[in-house]
Design a protein around this ligand. Sequence first.
Ligand code: V0D
Length: 267
Amino acid sequence: MNRFLNGWFRKKQQDGMTTRTAASESSRDGNDLSPTDIPRHVAIIMDGNGRWAKARGLPRIAGHHNGMKTVKRITQAADRLGVRYLTLYAFSTENWKRPKAEVEFLMKLPQEFLSLELDELMRNNVRVRMMGVRELLPDFTLAAVEEAVRKTENNTGLVLNFALNYGSRMEMVESARQLARRAASGEIDPNDISEADFSAGLLSCELPDPDLLIRTSGELRLSNFMLWQLAYSEFWFTDVYWPEFSEAHFHEAIREYQRRARRYGGL
Ligand code: V0D
């Protein structure tokens, strides 16, 4: 793992000094991507961890654990490309219905991830944040995440936003309630409520809307993820399971995003 981290660092320092000629190499490392049209905000539904494990005769938790390595890989890839916001759907409000042992395992992952990666995230100026309902999350999970949020709050690089105990309909109902309370108290006129007012009541209020949504593992649904915020986003789906999702796959998604943007611009 150390070798990989050093590799990331070395590459960062060399950026702009390398000259690449081979087309295959250039397409793999993203040098064929247009640096002027990198999506500002990429959101990802990290699906297929359980299926990846099942296909290998491993327990589902082995899939979740390997999925965590992909989180690291794709955070690095996004950072290198200059993506400003990366939102990852780590745990939905519906995920509590899974077997108790699986939920217990999942709740240990933020702590494990951060104990391995927080130093590196700091060195790379990454800001960690969380989008979700704090209630119901175990104390040790919340403590680990909040420590990372606090330690990185002044970082100015990539914003790594974890959707944790997040549900989109719930957040929209909450925003509606907030506006209804303000209207009932006479603070605002219901007729003056704008889209911006509604957005301001969502858990994503500090982030721009995603430019690109990626979902892995072949499902073509939103599964209650950022329904309002994804109104104008480009969607990109792949059959690849999340534990096998690579930097090259990520570049493929962004290449397609840029192709669509060029076509749209040509109209
Ligand atoms: C399992 C694939 C990182 C999706 C990725 C509690 C399912 C690995 C985090 C994480 C999970 C969350 C917050 C944070 C730092 C790291 C994570 C969960 C699941 C759910 F501040 N991976 N990861 N959280 N998986």
